[in-house]
Design a protein around this ligand. Structure first.
Ligand code: HDE
Length: 714
């Protein structure tokens, strides 16, 4: 049987370390096989070579930042062994000074993130609506995707209830296209001028700076209950979409309506969607809370581990297409209102390409932290609309990098460098990496031979600003009446949920409002819920111990959209994590066989034993009864032979939590003794008991494809 122990991801280095401190000088180690940096480009987009090591540390000796070799970096230069440090110690000063400035400001929003490199392949199916070359059939474009939470600081936990960012940088041959979206298709506000307000309300209170990375507090609910256009986004947040199981199992949305332009110059309005191949899945609220303590890095670990294990996450990019009518409405929905969706039943999502993430970054700071997205990074064939939220974003993203990345040359940082030739007339500034030539960075000029020239000719591949009409209208700080309905789509969402999803929404509102201090804020939000749905309102009100108000507005009904539900289908199980509870007394050949079968099914086995170390057969244990916790596993298998440990309270806790979380549980041989000891019903939905491990695993994988055995808790 081939040894697949390497396939359990998480090793910190490409080679196992030696016990003794190494003493033989050598070149720096290569990164691990799953890791890579950005393609090596010059600041102006030219190919600089294949070897990414040219950007990494060089040689076998420790040096200063300017290459002088050092004999000692452990002792300051002093007047005698016990004397004062000398000011002339340039190495000490350089080392400490650089350290003092290692931190840069974190992103004001989306500070907490994780990213991966990958490739996007066009299907060619968008040619009717856009001339964007990267969407042509079989064109492959390198990409870098960063996922994030919105509210938390850079060091906050991954599994808080929040919106997730889903930003992709496409390094196309026609320049960079950034699709900077979220995992929720509607936004809190209809006009970007209110962004500081919603973010100030969601961030920790300014007096005590609590709570971190959460919306369960007074200022958040104060704002969204007064500012009712936020109710749609808030409902999505309270649904299971707010606590994803994995970045790999999230949809993504461009939110705004964009304009596409085809080769004939015709325009269409579109909305972007990312559809994950693994389906859309969530943690339970209990899991999300446990995970914040047990593994605050759960989502970034999951993404990196999956890529390291070869379970490359994939999403199909799709578009909803609408005619570019002067009113920019579709089926009565204002396409410029980013708090509204167009249900997929009214405008199907048409697939236009495939994203695969297949390489982990080799340096978090250089890549994930320094990547700078900008919704104004557009390519020929894709343009913006007048959505007032998008318009404000077009200003913000460049502006924020000036502080965050320390000057105007952030596009020259390796991760931000385009893969298309850059010939701008921007010059100088902090951290200028390009060495421009010529004397005339202005137009028109004759001294530099007139360079650079405007694009011209029949096929100049220049960016197209669609010549859409702008209505002559008085200047005003106002918005259209078509933005005024704040509740009907929230009701649509609620009524599109299955009963179990509705239960979770009720619990989420109850938890969040229950954490508020001020009664009036709870009452005001209950009034919003009353306008959305009377049953939702009365259930939350009952949990809060408050009366349920009657609706204060008459809200039009809309047909439910089944596409919004996350429950009911089967999905691939690639990269899912199976915890196998085992022990030295279990038949070793059975454990080895099940471990191999899990690998063969494209999943990752984590073997859990009474202690760390390895089993008598040499199979390594990844977890002990002390370090294992339910939240890590998508399903758990109880090995035959485990009966001797069935009464261990740590095993019982694991089994009970996994059971409560509606996850699949399997037991073979006498493994079911652990079910009995945990008082778990072996006949309950989602529990599989059998003689053969392989047969139990097959059934377990079938259950896992549906994500959870909801009927167990429904
Ligand atoms: Fe952002 N947003 N945003 N945003 N946003 C930022 O840009 C902003 C909005 C989104 O992984 C910042 O480089 C304003 C909508 C993502 O690096 C900042 C407004 C959507 C990311 C900023 C919005 C997003 C950001 C912070 C209202 C979904 C993370 C650092 C007009 C379609 C990108 C930075 C990454 C980041 C401003 C609204 C998504 C300050 C002013 C709507 C995924 O520029």
């Amino acid at each position: 049987m081939p040894d697949k122990s390497h396939a359990v991801p998480g090793a910190p280095a490409p080679e196992p370390p030696t016990l003794e401190e190494p003493t033989t000088p050598r070149e720096p180690l290569e990164p691990k096989p799953d890791q890579t940096g950005p393609d090596v480009r010059t600041p102006s987009g030219a190919v600089a070579g294949e070897d990414q090591a040219v950007n990494a540390q060089q040689g076998e000796w420790l040096t200063t930042s300017v290459g002088a070799r050092l004999r000692d970096t452990d002792h300051s230069l002093k007047a005698g062994e016990r004397g004062p440090t000398l000011l002339q110690d340039h190495h000490l000063r350089e080392k400490i000074t650089h350290f003092d400035h290692e931190r840069i400001p974190e992103r004001v929003v989306h500070a907490r993130g994780a990213a991966a490199h990958g490739v996007f392949t066009g299907y060619g199916t968008a040619a009717e609506v856009t001339c964007a070359a990267f969407l042509d059939k079989d064109v492959q474009t390198p990409v870098f995707t960063r996922f994030s939470t919105v509210l938390g600081s850079r060091g906050s936990a991954d599994t808080v209830r929040d919106t997730r960012g889903f930003a992709t940088k496409f390094y196309t041959a026609e320049g960079i296209f950034d699709l900077v979206g979220n995992n929720i298709p509607v936004f809190f506000i209809q006009d970007g001028i209110k962004f500081p307000d919603i973010i100030h309300a969601g961030k920790p209170h300014p007096d005590r700076e609590i709570p971190q990375a959460q919306s369960a507090h007074d200022t958040f609910w104060d704002f969204v209950s007064l500012h009712t256009e936020a109710q749609a986004h808030t409902m999505w947040n309270m649904s299971d979409r707010g606590i994803p199981r994995s970045f790999r199992m999230m949809e993504g949305f461009g939110i705004h309506t964009f304009r596409m332009i085809n080769a004939a110059g015709e325009t269409s309005l579109v909305k972007f969607h990312w559809k994950p191949r693994l389906g859309v899945h969530a943690q339970t609220w209990e899991e999300a809370q446990l995970t914040c303590g047990f593994d605050p890095d759960f989502h970034r670990r999951d993404l990196a581990d999956a890529i390291e294990a070869g379970a490359y996450p994939e999403w199909e990019l799709g578009i909803q297409v609408f005619p570019d009518e002067p009113d920019q409405m579709f089926a009565g929905i204002d396409l410029l209102d980013p708090t509204k969706i167009v249900p997929e039943e009214l405008a199907p999502v048409q697939p236009i390409g495939l994203l695969q993430l297949n390489r982990n970054p080799s340096n978090y700071f250089a890549e994930t932290e320094q990547v700078a997205f900008h919704p104004g990074n557009l390519v020929r064939g894709i343009d913006v609309t007048d959505d007032a939220l998008l318009q404000a974003r077009l200003f913000s993203y460049i502006d924020t990098q000036l502080t965050r990345l320390g000057g105007p040359n952030f596009n020259q940082i390796p991760i931000n460098r385009p893969h298309a030739p850059v010939n701008d007339m921007l010059r100088d500034g902090f951290h200028q990496d390009a060495v421009h030539r010529g004397v005339a960075p202005y137009r028109p000029n004759s001294l530099d031979g007139g360079c650079p020239f405007h694009a011209s000719g029949a096929d100049d591949r220049a960016f197209v600003e669609a010549p859409v009409e702008v209505a002559a209208a008085p200047k005003t700080r106002a918005q259209a009446a078509s933005f005024d309905d704040h509740f009907s789509q929230v009701r649509l969402f609620w009524r599109s949920m299955t009963p179990i999803e509705q239960d979770h929404i009720v619990l989420a509102y109850s938890f969040e409002l229950g954490k508020c201090y001020e009664q009036t804020i709870k009452e005001r939000q209950l009034q919003c819920l009353a306008n959305i749905d009377a049953e939702l309102c009365s259930r939350v009100a009952a949990n809060l111990g408050l009366p349920a108000p009657a609706a204060s507005e008459s809200v039009p009904d809309a047909d439910p959209s089944p596409a919004l539900s996350m429950v009911g289908e089967s999905w691939p199980v690639d990269g899912r994590v199976i915890g196998v509870v085992t022990c030295p007394d279990c038949p070793q050949d059975e454990v080895a066989a099940i471990r191999q079968a899990i690998f063969d099914a494209g999943m990752v086995p984590l073997l859990i034993g009474p202690t760390g170390g390895q089993l008598p057969s040499g199979i390594p244990l990844q977890r002990s009864f002390d370090t294992a916790r339910s939240i890590e596993y998508d399903a758990v298998l109880l090995a035959g032979g485990i009966a001797a440990h069935a009464d261990d309270p740590r095993v019982a806790l694991l089994v009970q939590e996994v059971f409560r979380q509606a996850k699949a549980i399997g037991a073979w041989g006498d493994g079911d003794a652990a079910l009995t000891a945990a008082a778990v019903d072996a006949a309950a939905p989602g529990v599989v008991v059998g003689d053969s491990g392989e047969q139990v695993l097959t059934e377990l994988a079938g259950l896992l494809a549906k994500h959870r055995a909801w009927e167990r808790v429904g």
